[in-house]
Write a protein that binds this ligand. Structure first.
Ligand code: NAP
Length: 248
């Protein structure tokens, strides 16, 4: 039976990994998506969509579909699915590779405020400005709903839903974004402060450069920790190497 790799996806790296795995003749690849985005785009190999029903459900899926290895290439802030993958691979005795793009690092001139949660980010905002560019996604919006005096410009892939702050302009867009685009956006909306998760990667990093050029403060929400005993590799070639599959 050929190897069957389950890639837990929803990221650019997961898409690249699925393509690299699909190029290996002896490997079957299934990408799994949560189903949050209505038009996820084409992926190499098979695709399944929707939750597994927790760690037990994922373990059952692994057994039923003869999965031989799991790569968790989910977003650094997708905490539950990562915990479930650790439990499910332990229970089924197959290898788990966690692929996480490295986080962003502040450079000279950056005015970063590192916080542990979106609640903490919301707590800082009133002292940093009145017009906020929020790039933390539509799902964490409730943390800012009580800030009725501030104006938020939210950028997200899907439209936001309540609870959310009353003064909010929603911009629906998907990266990558360039520094000139981000600079123009910050100027056009007269932004005082930017809020971001430490997602890492290049597709959405331009806003940090634009904020630096304009001297704006940035509230950066730190990543949640990986489960105990789990470590991550930073890129697709390292993930392939751990699976014993050289890049082709
Ligand atoms: P989460 O809190 O870890 O996941 C919540 C539940 O959604 C999981 O328990 C699981 O349901 C299901 N799920 C999540 N990822 C899945 C996947 N790849 N395949 C099948 N089921 C999945 O994650 P989240 O923050 O809601 O993110 C959901 C997805 O969006 C992830 O795949 C992630 O890569 C992507 N994403 C997240 C962010 C972010 O900022 N959080 C940003 C960009 C993309 P069951 O327990 O029922 O299995």
């Amino acid at each position: 039976m050929p190897a069957h790799v389950l890639v837990l996806g929803g990221t650019t790296e997961a898409r690249e990994l699925a393509a690299a795995l699909a190029a290996h003749p002896g490997v079957r690849v299934t990408s799994s998506l949560a189903g949050r985005v209505s038009r996820p785009g084409a992926l190499a190999g098979r695709v399944r969509i929707g939750g597994f029903g927790g760690a037990d459900g994922m373990a059952a899926w692994i057994r039923d579909h003869h999965v031989t290895a799991v790569v968790d290439a989910t977003h650094p802030f997708a905490r539950s699915v990562t915990r479930n993958a650790a439990e499910a691979t332990r229970a089924t005795g197959i290898p788990l590779v966690v692929l996480r793009r490295p986080g962003w690092q502040p450079g000279p001139g950056d005015r970063w405020h590192l916080v542990a949660s979106q609640t903490a980010a919301a707590g800082l905002l009133p002292e940093l400005g009145r017009r906020v560019f929020l790039t933390t996604g539509r799902l964490g919006l409730a943390a800012y709903a009580h800030l009725t005096d501030l104006h938020f410009v939210l950028r997200s892939v899907e439209p936001p839903q309540p609870p959310m702050p009353p003064r909010l302009t929603a911009l629906l867009a998907r990266g990558p974004f360039t520094v000139p685009e981000e600079t123009a956006l910050l100027r056009e909306h007269r932004i005082d402060v930017l809020v971001t998760k430490d997602s890492g990667g290049t597709a959405t990093a331009a806003k940090l450069t634009a904020a630096r050029h304009l001297g704006l403060p940035v509230v950066v929400v730190r990543r949640p920790p990986l489960p105990d005993g789990v470590s991550a590799v930073p890129d697709v070639p390292s993930a392939l190497a751990l699976l014993d599959l050289p890049a082709q």
